[in-house]
Design a protein around this ligand. Structure first.
Ligand SMILES: [Zn+2]
Length: 305
């Protein structure tokens, strides 16, 4: 290729990459709001974060006909020891879509760089548009206390979108919601400034294999990057069935004391104490604050009192 031709190709590529990050996220399903089904949207920093924190709950909701969208705020293009850039982002987007397919949820990957996320107005508006397009009843996201800056800023960005989703003059190209959704945080293990306080805990016993299947779709993470970071790459079995079993051992954790107490509150002592696997959520004060009846609507899993 001659030099000018190469320059033209480079310019075209540069332009394509440059504009794609500026555009609002693609608008897909337009969920109706009057059919009695819930619209739940979860935000993670990376294309496997929602899965680990809410994959089981999402699988249960999807099986009941409710609509769930997972959104990765970054494209994951830094999450590997030997791959990176656009090729890694494409690989992770495909993994996320397969993960979503396995449990029946829609998976969107926004085109922000991994490891470089900042709580800018641009990204805040991307998130506001996502919540509005989904006509969300419930929004899930990490707390803004976390070891990873992308996780922290995803927490901040979603907090910053709460309330703003009802202000028509903000991100005015996407119609504002008339009602602030309920916002809740994923469970985490960080203790400062305050430990995670579960307001709701969901038994995922009957969907734990589905959740492991979902995680298993993230090959670049579960079997390559995360074990490499942890120094356990040599422990990952090569055979597909064996490594899935290994993944189950790594990822299917038991509820801690606070989550157990929440399980007992919502399921009663007998059922709550028998739950093996759970996901838990804490109410964010910046969204609509749900009473017990509203929590039962948003998490339609609990036995009547
Ligand atoms: Zn992450």
């Amino acid at each position: 290729m001659t030099k000018p031709a190469r320059l033209v190709v480079a310019l075209i590529l540069f332009t394509a990459v440059d504009t794609s990050s500026q555009q609002p996220a693609p608008q897909r399903t337009q969920p109706p709001t009057t059919d009695g089904k819930l619209n739940v949207i979860a935000f993670g920093a990376h294309p496997d974060d929602c899965d680990q924190r809410a994959g089981g709950t999402a699988a249960k909701l999807a099986a009941m006909g409710h609509r769930v969208r997972f959104v990765s705020v970054t494209n994951g293009d830094a999450g590997h020891q030997s791959e990176g850039g656009g090729a890694l982002a494409a690989r992770r987007r495909a993994e996320a879509q397969e993960a979503g397919r396995r449990i029946g949820v829609e998976y969107i990957v926004l085109d922000n760089h991994d490891g470089a996320l900042l709580p800018t107005l641009d990204v805040r508006e991307q998130i506001i548009r996502q919540i509005r397009q989904w006509k969300a009843d419930l929004v899930l996201a990490p707390r803004p206390n976390d070891y990873h800056p992308d996780h922290r800023y995803t927490g901040v960005l979603v907090q910053d979108a709460a309330y703003m989703v009802v202000v028509p003059n903000v991100a005015s190209d996407t119609p504002a919601l008339r009602k602030n959704p309920v916002f809740m945080y994923f469970q985490d293990g960080f203790q400062k400034p305050a430990p995670f306080a579960p307001d709701v805990a969901v038994s995922i016993d009957e969907v734990i294999e589905k959740k492991i299947d979902m995680l298993d779709a993230h090959v670049s993470q579960m079997y390559e990057w995360l074990p490499w970071v942890a120094g356990t790459l040599d422990k990952v079995p090569k055979d597909a069935a064996a490594r899935r079993q290994w993944l189950r051992g790594e990822r299917a954790g038991q509820p801690n004391a606070a989550v157990r107490a929440a399980l007992v509150k919502w399921y009663g002592a007998e059922k709550g104490n028998a739950v093996k696997y759970a996901e838990a959520f804490e109410v964010c004060e910046y969204g609509t604050r749900p009473n017990e009846a509203m929590i039962r609507q948003l998490f339609p899993f609990f036995p009547a009192k």
